[in-house]
Every structure is written in structure tokens, then in C-alpha cells.
Write a protein of this length. Structure first.
Length: 126
């Protein structure tokens, strides 16, 4: 998965097909986001994943991440094989989502995006 963020307006895009050309926004080159997998405040950012009966249940952080206008989780994405499933969040929602894998087994990548602290990733095998 590849995501980019605008250094000016903070728009985030998912690159679906990468042709290795610069992606522009607000007259500036967008920055590629690198997913964090560990850090000091890991308890609030890493996706916590529980798989039950073919459903991936995701919550953001061991300690629930804040959801305010100033600090929030914008989306949670699951990549399972060739499938990509995304759930967009609003600030009045809990930072959690569930995704049906429809029988998929193998590596599952779980991403979440915090507007202040960037992209985070957890991997599990189902």
C-alpha cells in the first residue's frame, strides 16, 4: 500500500497504480507516508487486530485513540491478498471497524491514519 500526503493542505491519497511520477497538490510534490510499526506512544496508534470467524476486528490502540476535530483517525484500511477494504471515520465515531475477509487466508495488513501522527501498520496472518 502506498499513501501520500500534501505538505500544505494535508490531503491524503492512496496510490492505486504507481507509475513513479510525482503526485502534486497545492503546487507541491506530495510526500510518501511511511507506515510506523512501533514507537513510544504505541498504545494509542498501532492497530489492534482480532480475527474471529473470518472477520477482522480493528481498534486503534490498546488505549482508545482520541477522536476530536484537532486529533483523529481518518481511516482504517485492510489489505488481504488482492482485496483492499477501507472504512472512513468521523470524529463522532469510535476508532474501530470490522472487515469480512470472505474466506481469505494469508497475510493481512492493517493500516490506520492519524491526522497528527501519520500512518500506522500491523500485520497478522489468518
Amino acid at each position: 500500500m502506498k499513501y501520500c500526503v500534501c505538505p500544505v493542505c494535508k490531503n491524503v491519497i492512496e496510490v492505486v497504480e504507481d507509475h513513479k511520477v510525482p503526485v502534486m497538490c497545492c503546487g507541491k510534490k506530495m510526500e510518501v507516508l511511511t507506515a510506523n510499526t512501533a514507537e513510544a506512544a504505541v498504545e494509542k496508534h498501532l492497530p489492534v487486530v482480532n480475527v474471529e470467524n473470518g472477520v477482522v476486528n480493528v481498534k486503534v490502540g490498546e488505549v482508545e485513540h482520541p477522536m476530536t476535530e484537532a486529533h483523529y483517525i481518518g481511516f482504517i484500511t485492510v489489505k488481504a491478498g488482492n482485496s483492499v477494504l477501507r472504512y472512513d471515520l468521523n470524529v463522532d465515531q469510535a476508532p474501530a471497524a470490522s472487515f469480512n475477509l470472505n474466506g481469505y487466508t494469508g497475510l493481512v495488513e492493517v493500516y490506520e491514519y492519524c491526522n497528527l501522527h501519520g500512518l500506522w501498520k500491523t500485520e497478522v496472518t489468518v
